[in-house]
Design a protein around this ligand. Structure first.
Ligand code: PLP
Length: 378
């Protein structure tokens, strides 16, 4: 199909990125999705039951599948604003007369915080570029405040109030805390930890645990997860109300795929996963033996796009000469299939998390050819 459309398929040595399709669900997840496709089922009941299953698996009071972490942020915000009031859920994103301020620390501003505004909430920045303290946060809370928001990957950034302290400020005033923990799923105990640390609703993205790219999970307080169920797409056609979340629709296959992927992730032998990455890195590296003018090194390419030593999920290839990595990466990207790699600090970074054995050989051979033809340049 891709070629019919004039597209070149991609060998993904970048990692999990939505613009190239996100993750690659396992055969087990894919088969479960296929079986879900074969039969119809009540979607509200499927969401309720899978929610109970997820909650029990991660040790949370309640949970629910969402169409991704971004949608999860929008729906969590809506739930914090309207609670179980379905008449209000219908009015969103018009928030006239509804508490709708969501507070975020200045140094916690990040790409996805705009999802808070989708439900009609006002995103209110507290503090300044130098930081925010708990007192400023407390003073910013008023009777129009619906929630406090924390991106978990920025928790602990210098000058910011910790999740626990944010939760203290919020809970003293009866206000919930919403946390984006989209990719904080390993070690697996981390998943449920945000609730124990004070989050009332936590959103995760399924793209980071081998689920479908358009899936996610939120978990937390029972009443707030129930409120999410009230504002989401279910019962729009059959119920009495027309809630805001209709656009955040889910297929039954997607719901089943997210749950299956999450269970698989929780039960997975992660030592084996990392051993597999090492093996794939060695396959790529094996193709580069004997090429002059490069240094290769197994590395870890992190979720926040840094290169560190451990745990290994990639290969760093540093040509002696500046500019070579950039040219090699460009030529690899022009191939069919396109081979996409990172270039960081004059080195090619190959991330093997979304790569199989055949692709590892393609990447290694491609790198070898392109590096060798660099050497023949005058
Ligand atoms: C990818 C990502 C999201 C969005 O998740 P989707 O499931 O793709 O909507 C939100 N926050 C962070 C930190 C992410 O990396």
């Amino acid at each position: 199909m891709y070629h019919l459309l004039g597209l070149r398929p991609v060998v993904n040595a970048l990692g999990i990125y939505t613009d190239i399709g996100g993750s690659r669900p396992s055969q087990r997840v894919w088969s479960a999705m296929e079986r879900a496709n074969a039969q119809f089922v009540s979607i509200p009941e499927l969401l309720d039951r899978t929610g109970v299953l997820i909650a029990s698996k991660i040790g949370a009071p309640a949970a629910r599948v969402t169409p991704g972490a971004s949608a999860g942020i929008a729906m969590a915000t809506a739930a914090c604003m309207v609670g179980d009031n379905l008449r209000l859920a219908e009015r969103l994103p018009d928030t006239t007369g509804i508490p709708s301020r969501v507070l975020i620390q200045r140094r916690h501003r990040y790409k996805y915080d705009r999802m808070i505004r989708l439900a009609g909430a006002e995103l209110v920045e507290v503090g300044n570029v130098n930081g925010t303290d708990a007192e400023e946060l407390a003073e910013a809370v008023d009777e129009n405040t619906a929630a406090l928001f924390v991106p978990a990957h920025l928790d602990g950034v210098e000058g910011t109030v910790s999740l626990e302290a944010v939760a203290d400020v919020a809970h003293e005033r009866g206000i919930p805390v919403v946390v984006d923990a989209a990719y904080l799923n390993f070690p697996v105990d981390l998943i449920g930890s945000f609730g124990r640390r004070g989050a009332d609703l936590t959103v995760l993205s399924a793209k980071y645990f081998g689920g479908p790219n358009t899936g996610g999970v939120l978990y937390g307080r029972q009443d707030l997860v129930d409120a999410v169920a009230g504002v989401d797409f279910t019962r729009f056609e059959a119920g009495k109300h027309l809630p805001f979340g209709r656009a955040y629709k889910l297929d039954r296959q997607l719901i089943v795929g997210v749950v299956t992927a999450l269970v698989e992730w929780l039960e997975m032998d992660h030592d084996k996963r990392f051993a597999d990455y090492r093996r794939l890195v060695e396959i790529v590296d094996g193709h580069l033996v004997g090429i002059d003018g490069i240094v290769t090194c197994p590395v870890s390419f992190t979720m926040d796009e840094r290169v560190v030593p451990e745990p290994v999920n990639g290969l760093r290839v540093r040509p002696d000469e500046d500019g070579v990595a950039e040219r090699v990466a460009r030529r690899l990207s022009e191939r069919d299939p396109a081979i996409l790699v990172h270039v960081i600090d004059e080195a090619v970074i190959v991330d093997v998390e979304c790569v199989d054995d055949d692709e590892a050989h393609l990447i290694g051979a491609g790198l070898r050819e392109e590096l060798s033809c660099e050497k023949q340049r005058p």
